[in-house]
Design a protein around this ligand. Structure first.
Ligand code: PEP
Length: 255
């Protein structure tokens, strides 16, 4: 089944609203319309920049999409500092990353919380990009496939098969994020294929064939082509390289 590749730029905690507008504008400007038939492009600014980016995209009818980097499992209430799916939906977010390794590590998010966030996103019509990935010690002990498929199944708990079909999964080995050490295409394919096989076993082959599985971890224009050539790699979640308009647009064009 043909899946439209997705390249999502995770801007992390960078840029003020003017810089965010400028970056989104430059990315869109560098990507002629014809590319959007072959690849979907999304940017994930910090919460404080989402409104600015949304206004730009809507106002200029840009073909890139936008989303957020996290959401609360709750809809509203006394949760100081949190931002809910209701709020993100009002900001026109198409995507939200959930369970990024930086949230799992620095905010101690476990699979149960990640699952609540995935369900909150789905409830509000936002596509979760569920991130899974192993630390280096787990890979060295050859536990990476089991670790990732276990995070996957826990993260999707309670969703119906038709909801799972719309979710995006990002395989992001922790040792590759922000380190310049990209997984080999074969390593990325091994885990992405195992993710699809686990989805097929639990939700059926049709669902597994529809789900987009991305790779993330030090992706650049120089390595994207080999990664997306792999049968089960349907695009990338990009951190550092998404902050450079020229590099990110180049990477999108090569996906
Ligand atoms: C990320 O933050 O999801 C990521 C993959 O970062 P980088 O591309 O910088 O490794």
């Amino acid at each position: 089944m043909a899946r439209l590749p997705l390249i999502a730029g995770n801007w992390k905690m960078n840029l003020n609203h003017l810089e965010a507008i400028s970056l989104a504008q430059k990315i869109a400007f560098r990507l002629p319309e014809k590319y959007f038939a072959k690849v979907e492009v999304a940017v994930l600014p910090p919460f404080t920049d989402i409104r600015s980016v949304q206004t730009l995209i809507d106002g200029d009818k840009l073909l890139i999409k936008h989303g957020a980097q996290d959401l609360s499992p709750h809809d509203s209430g006394a949760y100081t500092g949190d931002v809910s799916g209701v709020m993100l939906a009002k900001l026109g977010c198409t995507y939200v990353t959930v369970g990024h390794s930086e949230r799992r590590e620095y905010h101690h998010e476990d699979d149960e919380l990640v699952n609540k966030k995935v369900r909150a996103a789905v409830k509000h019509g936002i596509v979760p990009i569920l991130c899974v990935g192993e630390r280096l010690d787990v890979r060295e002990a050859a536990g990476h496939v089991e670790h990732c498929t276990s995070q996957l199944i826990a993260g999707l708990k309670g969703l119906k098969a038709e909801q799972v079909a719309k979710v995006v999964i990002a395989y992001e080995p922790v040792w590759a994020i922000g380190t310049g050490k990209v997984a080999t295409p074969a390593d990325a394919q091994e885990v992405c294929a195992a993710i699809r096989a686990a989805l097929a076993e639990k939700y059926g082959q049709d669902v597994a064939d529809e789900v987009r599985v991305l790779y993330g971890g030090s992706v650049k224009s120089g390595n994207i082509s080999e990664l997306v050539k792999q049968e089960d790699v349907d695009g990338a979640l990009v951190g550092g390289a998404s902050l450079d308009a020229e590099e990110f647009a180049k990477l999108c064009a090569l996906a």
